[in-house]
Write a protein that binds this ligand. Structure first.
Ligand SMILES: Cc1ncc(COP(=O)(O)O)c(C=O)c1O
Length: 477
């Protein structure tokens, strides 16, 4: 992190001192915070935020992939406040509810694919993952198959941070301090085609690669016993490793395998729904995707309040419609009236301002910006969909040769610092595991996901900053 606490006003110096003494920020190196200070952001506008020094930073991942409509929409805050006036609190426990939850659930169901007609609200993404796993387990128990409790997810997938969700998450660094996590989580290969362990001829043929990846789910189902596996969790486009797009045929085959073995397919769209790919749900772009449940959070309220949701098919809901069979999960804050009001107000903006269409219309400009770095001879692969794109840095773009492991870490650190120094705010330069010519390697990738309101000007600005950081990083390679 660059030095961020210099020349503070008395007010911000006080906030900085109090923050360092009393606030425990998430997944944070508090030692670094002590040395260089915390970034305090109290104002934003469109794709930009302003730090305590008044410096304008383009948020390269839109507040952890949340702020779809951009920062600083006071009209949305006002609309949500107006909608939730005169109540304050009402839970959604025990058959009680309030109008904002009903309205929002109906709107989410209306846009959802197939028979996904029911919405269970949660407090956020991790809680949605937990709820989906528990729902899958109770569903099978209700159907007389209580032995089906395990999950299968993919290497480097992030599905949340609680001990339960960590069983599904397959990010080594998030899990290592907490093993043993909840039992039952199994992991298979992801769709990292540029760096796969499969033989070259499989990787080159997109459909063969898709089949090989999907078949790994079946291999684990058969190994564990189909009577023990409840659900497969996937991010339609996986974030970690850098926007892994599903190869042709993969999602179709995965669905077939799930149906054959009576395993529920859970689509974790906590990043990829609400316009990130240019449509409300990911299946708008990925036609082969046919989930039994869809998970939402983050962009569900455009990040303006915490809220998550599980959108559930009528088939899965069916056993719970009989008296005496409640789904035994809930929280006091899930479906809070203010959060649902924010969700409704943010969805108004997405619809009225045609934000999904805007993403589809500008995706090409974003892609062209990333392709324009070819002359720097450091970008090996560009991948992604909508406003969810990644570039992979390599030693040799011709051969896809990665950096040596120590070098990869040095380069990632330097590149991230340079991006932040340029004014492109990001924590998303990843070092992950991959393969090159049959040997394991460390990869180096930047994820790019600005607010969905980014237009020509913001995309050009991003391009200038990323280019400057790449130019500065190239000599290290
Ligand atoms: C795909 C995915 N699933 C689940 C989560 C967990 O969401 P939350 O941070 O709201 O708990 C995240 C968060 O980054 C995510 O990216």
């Amino acid at each position: 992190m660059d030095q961020i606490s210099k020349s503070l006003s008395a007010d911000t110096a006080r906030t900085q001192a109090l923050g360092q003494r009393h606030l425990w920020t998430h997944v944070s190196d508090l030692g670094v915070a002590r040395r260089v200070g915390m970034r305090i952001v109290d104002r934003g506008e469109g794709c930009y935020v302003f730090d305590q020094n008044g410096r304008r930073l383009l948020d390269g991942t839109a507040g952890h992939f949340s702020v779809q409509i951009g920062y600083g929409r006071d009209d949305v805050i006002q609309n949500a406040a107006d909608r939730s006036k005169g109540l304050g609190y009402q839970s959604v426990w025990s058959n009680a509810t309030h109008s904002e939850a009903v309205e929002f659930a109906a709107r989410l169901a209306q846009g959802a694919p197939g028979d996904l007609n029911r919405v269970f609200f949660t407090t956020g993404g991790t809680d949605a993952v937990e709820a989906a796993w528990k729902l899958a387990r109770q569903y099978f128990a209700e159907c007389g198959k209580p032995g089906k409790y395990k999950t299968i997810s993919r290497h480097y997938a992030y599905h949340g941070a609680s001990i339960g969700a960590l069983a599904i998450t397959a990010l080594p660094m998030m899990r290592e301090a907490f093993n043993p996590v909840a039992p039952g989580g199994h992991h298979v290969t992801n769709t990292y085609r540029y760096r796969t362990h499969f033989p070259e001829d499989t990787a080159e043929d997109e459909e063969a690669f898709g089949k090989a990846c999907a078949d790994e789910f079946e291999r684990v189902i058969l190994r564990e016993g189909a009577d023990t596996v409840a659900a497969a969790f996937i991010e339609p486009v996986q974030n970690w490793c850098g926007c892994l797009v599903p190869p042709k045929g993969y999602l179709k085959r995965l669905k077939k395998i799930c149906v054959e073995h009576d395993v529920l397919l859970v689509s974790d769209e906590i990043i990829t729904a609400m316009g990130r790919l240019g449509t409300m749900y990911s299946c708008g772009r990925l036609e082969e995707l046919e989930p039994d449940m869809i998970l939402l959070a983050k962009g569900l309220t455009s990040g303006y309040s915490p809220l998550g949701a599980v959108v559930i098919s009528d088939r899965i809901a069916e056993p719970f419609l009989q008296e005496g069979h409640p789904f035994m999960h809930g929280s006091s804050g899930g479906g809070h009236p203010y959060c649902c009001a924010v969700g409704n107000a943010a969805l108004d903006v997405l619809e009225n301002e045609k934000v999904f269409r805007h993403v589809r219309e500008h995706e090409g400009t974003m892609r062209a910006m990333l392709e324009s770095f070819a002359d720097l001879e450091i970008v090996g692969d560009i991948r992604g969909m909508g406003f969810f794109q990644a570039i992979e840095l390599v030693k040799n773009p011709e051969t896809a040769e990665p950096f040596a492991p120590d070098k990869a870490k040095e380069i990632a650190k330097h590149f991230q610092q340079r991006l932040n120094a340029e004014g492109f705010l990001t924590g998303h330069v990843f070092n992950t595991d991959g393969w090159h010519k049959g040997k394991p390697c460390i990869t180096t990738t930047l994820g790019i996901a600005p607010s969905l309101v980014a237009g020509e000007e913001e995309i050009e600005h991003m391009g200038q900053m990323i280019r400057a950081a790449l130019e500065d990083t190239k000599p290290l390679t």
